[in-house]
Design a protein around this ligand. Structure first.
Ligand code: GRF
Length: 219
């Protein structure tokens, strides 16, 4: 069994979260709103995007937060382009003393460069009940399968895509007449609730990784 996350030993300062995003940034916004509402005791140390026009960057600026656009293009020619990109990401995260990385609609696969630098310190939010429907377009796939219940998952990031230990899940019903968009909207509301909650549990040092399972200490 692994140690409780390192927060349990150093709780004097607010947890410094680095958010990686590629688009709309509504989960980033949920984190910022939870911080402002006093239900998440953390600070967003930096918002890093791989897309220049990501709305997440605007949200960061509106909140006066450090933001960074890191263009993948200059790395594209290199043999280890994904790893080289992640080394640059790591530089940004370290420069801002990031303790926990939160992927929030980040449309890149993170490499072992990041994962080994932040073991069990990278979270992701995914709009399905993992291990069902990993990957993309998952609300459409859920409807096609005819599932009656869907939801979202916050998990730690390990090398397999959408495979890491599950921290929290929330369910929503799939309704007659749902489209991928209406289902996605219902799931998104739950994402906005559980992502800040998962980060708060981390901040409190209450997440204990035990193989595939994450125990929530004190629950
Ligand atoms: C969310 O549905 C999240 O679960 C998935 O990508 C979407 C990002 O939305 N990984 P946003 O950028 O946070 O609004």
């Amino acid at each position: 069994m692994s140690e409780p996350n390192p927060r349990s030993k150093s709780r004097a300062n607010k947890l410094r979260v680095g958010v990686l995003a590629s688009g709309r940034g509504s989960n980033l916004q949920a984190v910022l709103d939870a911080i402002e509402a006093g239900i998440l005791d953390a600070q967003v140390a930096v918002v890093l995007c791989n897309k220049k026009d990501a709305q997440a960057l605007e949200r960061a600026r509106r909140h006066g937060l450090p933001d960074a656009f890191l263009d993948p293009k200059p790395f594209a020619g290199q043999a280890d382009s994904r790893e080289a990109y992640d080394r640059a990401v790591l530089d940004v995260l370290r420069k801002h003393d990031v303790e926990l990385v939160a992927l929030a609609g980040y449309m890149r696969i993170v490499t072992p460069v990041l994962i080994s630098a932040y073991p069990y310190r990278i979270m992701n939010i995914h709009p399905s009940l993992l291990p069902s429907f990993p990957g993309l377009e998952v609300q459409r796939k859920a409807l096609e399968w005819g599932v009656k219940i869907s939801g979202c998952t916050v998990h730690f990031v390990t090398e397999g895509v959408d495979e890491g230990p599950i921290i929290i899940q929330a369910t929503v019903p799939v309704l007659e007449g749902d489209s991928a968009d209406t289902l996605a909207a219902r799931i998104l509301a739950e994402e906005h609730r559980i992502y800040p909650r998962a980060i708060q549990l981390y901040a409190e040092g209450r997440l204990l990784v035990d193989g595939r399972r994450v125990r929530i200490v004190g629950d």
